[in-house]
Design a binder for this molecule. Structure first.
Ligand code: 5GP
Ligand code: ZN
Length: 114
């Protein structure tokens, strides 16, 4: 996708602090962290959001949870726990329309917190 910020980050056209990459996913530090650890996990395939998933995306959608698990382990969050957020649609706060999981950790978090 030509005009997608996250596609440009995957391509290396926009710099980022990479924390993980495999054939299907890329993970990097959020530029404006809201927790001591704040990393974004994105599929390399441009999918707008969870709302835009189709049955063709079943494999990537499933693998994304394992990518998130691996990134959280790499970040040392597995023991204490972490929060995973998929803002989906503008009213939910999605500002970049390339599906992404926020991994948040490194602090106590209240719930519900919406
Ligand atoms: P959303 O609000 O769509 O759920 O999350 C988008 C996230 O992307 C935000 O937390 C924002 O800080 C992050 N972000 C926006 N632009 C950039 C950028 O150029 N580089 C990085 N690393 N993160 C970005
Ligand atoms: Zn994209």
């Amino acid at each position: 996708m030509e005009d997608c910020l996250f596609c440009k980050i995957i391509a290396g056209d926009i710099p980022s602090t990479k924390v993980y990459e495999d054939d299907d996913f890329f993970a990097f530090k959020d530029i404006n962290p809201v927790a001591p650890v704040h990393v974004l996990v994105i599929p390399k395939k441009h999918i707008q959001s969870i709302a835009a998933l189709t049955p063709d995306d079943a494999a990537v959608a499933g693998k994304m949870l394992f990518a998130i698990q691996k990134v959280a382990e790499t970040l040392g969050l597995a023991q204490d726990g972490y929060r995973v957020v998929f803002n989906t649609g503008e009213k939910a706060g999605q500002t970049v329309h390339h599906m992404h999981a926020h991994i948040l950790g490194g602090k106590e978090m209240a719930w519900p917190g919406v």
